[in-house]
Design a protein around this ligand. Sequence first.
Ligand SMILES: [Zn+2]
Length: 175
Amino acid sequence: MTVRISSTTDTVDTRRDSVSVIRTIDGFHQDELGDWVVELSCLHSQHMRHQPPFRDRAWVLTAAGRAEHVGTTIDCPLCDRGEIPAGLAVVRTIGPFDDATLPAGLRRDHRVAGGVWALLRVLDGAVRFTMATDPPVDRALAAGDTQTIPPDVLHSVRPRGPARVTIDFMTRVNG
Ligand SMILES: [Zn+2]
């Protein structure tokens, strides 16, 4: 049985170990229907609709309102789900690494650079993959499995015995 000790203040967020991926608004564009879409630092897009009384976002309808929100942050559930944004191309692949050659930096908690997505591919064997999304990911990956990794999110790759992996790095290539 788990005993929960109540906190001395009521402002402590007990869910702190499970926090959504937060992204910066880089800009806005309109979709084909004229609805506003935010462009996020993770390369995802999210609709930002003004739908009173449910969503009161009259600011999105004015250039000044949109400009004020550039640089602010919002949750990105698409990052939590590891959905690769549209229009990315593989720009670099590292590996294959085996359980002896996998760099130590990849086994520890680390992040992919901002604006870059990664795709871990397990070629042989098995690895344990953890990632600080909401909910957190803790997966045993086997040969043939893949795992998407959003930019700037802590994760680790630990071989469980003999294993071989490659990692593709993807970003948006203009033109
Ligand atoms: Zn995102």
